[in-house]
Every structure is written in structure tokens, then in C-alpha cells.
Design a binder for this molecule. Structure first.
Ligand SMILES: NC(=O)c1ccc[n+]([C@@H]2O[C@H](COP(=O)([O-])OP(=O)(O)OC[C@H]3O[C@@H](n4cnc5c(N)ncnc54)[C@H](O)[C@@H]3O)[C@@H](O)[C@H]2O)c1
Length: 469
């Protein structure tokens, strides 16, 4: 199929590159000419595992980029809207989606063939049929169900694993309103493994996306709340506690051969310094706003957000309790992106933690394998040294705060041993064995570290979940 994709952010560009790799002919459209040039030179404009290789494979034969939306849409069988849907603080901002719909509609005026327009951006229940469809109809002079199809196909990719998630989806939710809208989506996704296909209405498709993100965010805040209470109890470690919870066979089923399956889901049931990124925080906020407008206060989701908002400060306060005044101390922050595998720093907890530490008088040495430059734009230079690598970051510091679970940070115990130094290592992701460094502390550890030395060796596998399903 010939596809025009409007918006080349994490979702639009990954979608475009993956469709192109499956043989579709893709034109990606963006307002940003620099982004467009980068794509046409097969250079990924942001870091995402596997994206660069896909661009090298598909540009220019299967994939190209342009700022000319009209021509791209006119040459396509399917147009996909993948622009941003930020939350402004008082609700979801649909202006990018509405503008894209208006532009697509105008481009379709006078074209004779049927075209399917797919909304891939996350929009609240009712928006595709109630707001996007009328804009498309009015601006194109077409009628949905006759020479225009309007579908909602939410995206579930996780940044950092976006290419893998897109190429091997667990489910494809296909909203639509008439047979052709689903049929064309099935052609589009032909060859993407054998996922469950959910054929449904646009409003249900929209709701599935928000309900999914709300669940994931809630599991994280649940784990963090359990961690916060564990951190007040002597001799308790939240990682052991949650491991005990995971072993419930309803969460990690035991197969007939005795092998235990550890669903990827369990990685959301671990305590840490909070969720971030461009999706979970804003989608939960938007869902809460949506509920409030409809007279449903969404109390549980509001609590999910408030637990999350408190995590950075809790972490800094705990470090201060361990070290006393932070004024004049040198502290390394390891990890700036909101999760490993991506350079995205949107709503990353690392930024509020860094600002809070600076506010308490600490000097920072920060390091992230790919998100350093993005963070520099947020944090500036004052009091912050941007390190050249892990070893440089920890030179001469009083404390190290692990904020993102980049796999290379597992080298930390070895590096500290080599350097013969023993700063406090505060593990905001609980990724290191608590006995692997001399001075360890972390989210969800009981208050008295002497008691922790008496705890039996952890039976927890500190590697990421072993057997994902
Ligand atoms: N990032 C994720 O992991 C993720 C996952 C699932 C769903 N989503 C949803 O997908 C949507 C896109 O997310 P994102 O992170 O890729 O967004 P983004 O903000 O990073 O990128 C949007 C892009 O669209 C471009 N754009 C905006 N209006 C345009 C127009 N009229 N014409 C051409 N280009 C235009 C912008 O220049 C920008 O490059 C959002 O609704 C988001 O909630 C994101």
C-alpha cells in the first residue's frame, strides 16, 4: 500500500520505517525541515534501538520524507495521523490532530479514489468520530463510508523497544466503522507476526489505549507506594516483598512441566523512582480530565499521578537523610532518559531530581549514554558537569544516584572496586544487588542499613525478567 504518515515523532517515524520494511511505500510528513532532511539522509533524528538500521534499509526506495503534506496525501491509499496530543494542564490538546485532519481533508478534495484516514495519535474516547471525522468530511467534501474511511488504530509501542514492539505486536486494535476500514488495516498489518486482532469501534479503540496506559501507570504507583512504606520498616526490602507477590501463580503461572512463566507485566510491579516519558503521565492526566468532565472523579488514577509526582522528592530526601546536608557535595546522576533504550527525556524523573539536588547545594556530574544533549537543554551548565562516560561521572563523588536502568550501569560495582572508592550508591531503579557495593541504599529499603547486612542473600534475580511472554 502507499502510505502517508503525518508526524515523524517516535510513533510516526517508527511506524513509517516498519511499514516500509514490510514492502509498503511510505512517505513521512513533518513540519520540521531538519527532521525531514535527516530522514531522507537515512539518519535517525532521535535514538531508538533498531531505528537507524531500518532507515538505512528502507531510505530512499521504500521510505522518504517531505514537508509537503498535500502531495504525500494525494499519492497515498492510506493517511495516518501520528502527531502529538500533549496535555496542557487543563486537558488534552487536540490542535495538532485537528490541523492534520484539516490538511488531509483539503488535500483529498477533488481526488476520486476512496482513502482511509487512520488516527494513530492517542485521542480520548469519542474524538475520532466526534471531532476528526467531521473535520475530514467538511474539508474534503467527502462522506465517511462512501469515498472516505476513518479509523482509529492506537499505538502500544514502548520507547526503547519501539521497533521490536511494532514489528511483533501483541495485539492490533483496529477501530473502524465499515468493512473497508478494517479490511485495509488488515492489509496494512499483513506480515506483522500473528497478533490478536481486535476489530472494534473507534471509540472502543480509543478507550483501550487510555485504559491500558492507566493500568500500567497504576501498577507502577502501587509498587512505589508499597516501596515507600517498606522504606520505613527495619529489615524490609521492597524487591523481596514484590518478588513474593510476583510468585502468586495468578501473576506468574507455573506450566505443566514446572517451569514458571514471568510475564513482562511484572516489570511494572517493581518499585523505582517513578514513571515518565511522553505517554503514561500525560495519558493518565488526560483520562482523569476526561472522567472529571463526565462526572467521574477517577480517584484511583489521581492517586496514581500523585504518588508518581512525589517520588523524585522522596528520593532526594532519603539521600539527604543518609548524607546530612547536601550543600557542597558532589553527586553523580546516572541516567537522564526516562527509560533505557531511548534519548527521550520528556517527564523523566531525572530532571526534577537533578534540580532538587542543585537546589540543596549539590554539584552534579551527570551521564547518560544517549540523552546527555537533550538534558543539557533542560538543566543548563550551572553546577552541572556533563561527563564523558560512566567512569568519568563517578570520579571523586560523594554519592551516585542511579536513575535509569541502562544495562551498562551494572558495571558500577566493578568500577568502584577498581577505583577503590566507596561513595553512597542510591539505586533509584533497584537494578544492582544490594550487597554489590559498600554503601548501598535504594527505594524501598528499610531505614537501618546495618540490619540489611543481616538479611539473607537476596533470592531475587537482579537481571531483567528472564522469560518474557
Ligand atoms: N511516544 C510514544 O512512546 C507513544 C506510544 C504510543 C502512542 N503515542 C501517541 O502517539 C502520538 C505521537 O507521539 P510522538 O511521541 O511520536 O509525538 P511527537 O510530539 O514526538 O511527534 C509529533 C511530530 O508531529 C509533527 N507534526 C505536528 N503537526 C504536524 C502537521 N500538521 N504536519 C506534519 N507534521 C506535524 C511534529 O513536528 C512532530 O515531529 C501521541 O498522540 C502519543 O500520545 C506515543
Amino acid at each position: 500500500l502507499k502510505i502517508a504518515i503525518i508526524g515523524t515523532g517516535n510513533v510516526g517515524l517508527v511506524t513509517g520505517a516498519c511499514f516500509a520494511s514490510k514492502g509498503h511505500e511510505v512517505v513521512c510528513v513533518d513540519l520540521d525541515p531538519e527532521r525531514v532532511s535527516a530522514i531522507n539522509e537515512a539518519r535517525a533524528p532521535f535514538y531508538e534501538v533498531g531505528l537507524q538500521a531500518l532507515l538505512e534499509e528502507t531510505v530512499p526506495d521504500q521510505l522518504s520524507a517531505t514537508v509537503d503534506l498535500e502531495t504525500a496525501v494525494q499519492g497515498a491509499d492510506v493517511s495516518i495521523i501520528a502527531v502529538g496530543t500533549p496535555n496542557t494542564g487543563s486537558g488534552i490538546d487536540l490542535s495538532q490532530v485537528e490541523t492534520a485532519a484539516l490538511q488531509i481533508g483539503k488535500a483529498l478534495r477533488g481526488r476520486v479514489d476512496y482513502q482511509l484516514v487512520i488516527v494513530k495519535s492517542s485521542v480520548l474516547p469519542g474524538v475520532t468520530d466526534g471531532r476528526i471525522l467531521p473535520i475530514l468530511e467538511n474539508s474534503s467534501g467527502r462522506r465517511a463510508g462512501e469515498d472516505l474511511g476513518v479509523a482509529m488504530n492506537p499505538e502500544f509501542l514502548r520507547e526503547g523497544q519501539a521497533v521490536e514492539d511494532f514489528l511483533e505486536p501483541d495485539r492490533i486494535v483496529m477501530g473502524g466503522s465499515e468493512e473497508r476500514t478494517w479490511e485495509i488495516q488488515e492489509r496494512l498489518f499483513d506480515g506483522f507476526g500473528t497478533p490478536e486482532i481486535v476489530r472494534t469501534t473507534n471509540a472502543t479503540a480509543e478507550t483501550i489505549k487510555f485504559a491500558s496506559n492507566a493500568l500500567l501507570a497504576t501498577m507502577i504507583s502501587y509498587s512505589n507506594e508499597v516501596g515507600n512504606v517498606c522504606s520505613t520498616v527495619d529489615g524490609v526490602d521492597v524487591t523481596d516483598v514484590l518478588r513474593g507477590v510476583h510468585l502468586d501463580k495468578r501473576l506468574s503461572p507455573v506450566l505443566e512441566n514446572g517451569e514458571r512463566v514471568e510475564p513482562g507485566f511484572l516489570s511494572y510491579l517493581l518499585a523505582g523512582c517513578g514513571f515518565g516519558g511522553s505517554c503514561l503521565p500525560k495519558d493518565v492526566r488526560s483520562f482523569v480530565d476526561f472522567g472529571r468532565e463526565r462526572g467521574v472523579p477517577m480517584e484511583m488514577l489521581r492517586a496514581t499521578l500523585s504518588v508518581n509526582a512525589g517520588q523524585p522528592e522522596r528520593l532526594v530526601e532519603r539521600i539527604e537523610r543518609r548524607l546530612g546536608s547536601l550543600d557542597g557535595l558532589s553527586i553523580a546522576i546516572l541516567g537522564l532518559s526516562f527509560k533505557p533504550g531511548t534519548s527521550d527525556i520528556r517527564e523523566t524523573p531525572s530532571i526534577p531530581v537533578a534540580r532538587d539536588l542543585l537546589g540543596r547545594g549539590a554539584r552534579l556530574r551527570v551521564f547518560d549514554p544517549v540523552a546527555q544533549e537533550a538534558a543539557r537543554a533542560e538543566l543548563g551548565e550551572s553546577g552541572v558537569y556533563y561527563s564523558t562516560g560512566l567512569s568519568d561521572a563517578i570520579d571523586g563523588v560523594d554519592a551516585i544516584v542511579l536513575m535509569t536502568s541502562w544495562p551498562e550501569f551494572r558495571e558500577l560495582p566493578r568500577l568502584l572496586e577498581e577505583k577503590r572508592v566507596t561513595p553512597l550508591v542510591f539505586d533509584g531503579r533497584r537494578m544492582l544487588d544490594r550487597k554489590s557495593v559498600a554503601h548501598y541504599d535504594g527505594i524501598g529499603l528499610g531505614p537501618q542499613d546495618e540490619r540489611l547486612d543481616q538479611l539473607p542473600d537476596s533470592t531475587i534475580d537482579h537481571e531483567p525478567i528472564r522469560k518474557r511472554v
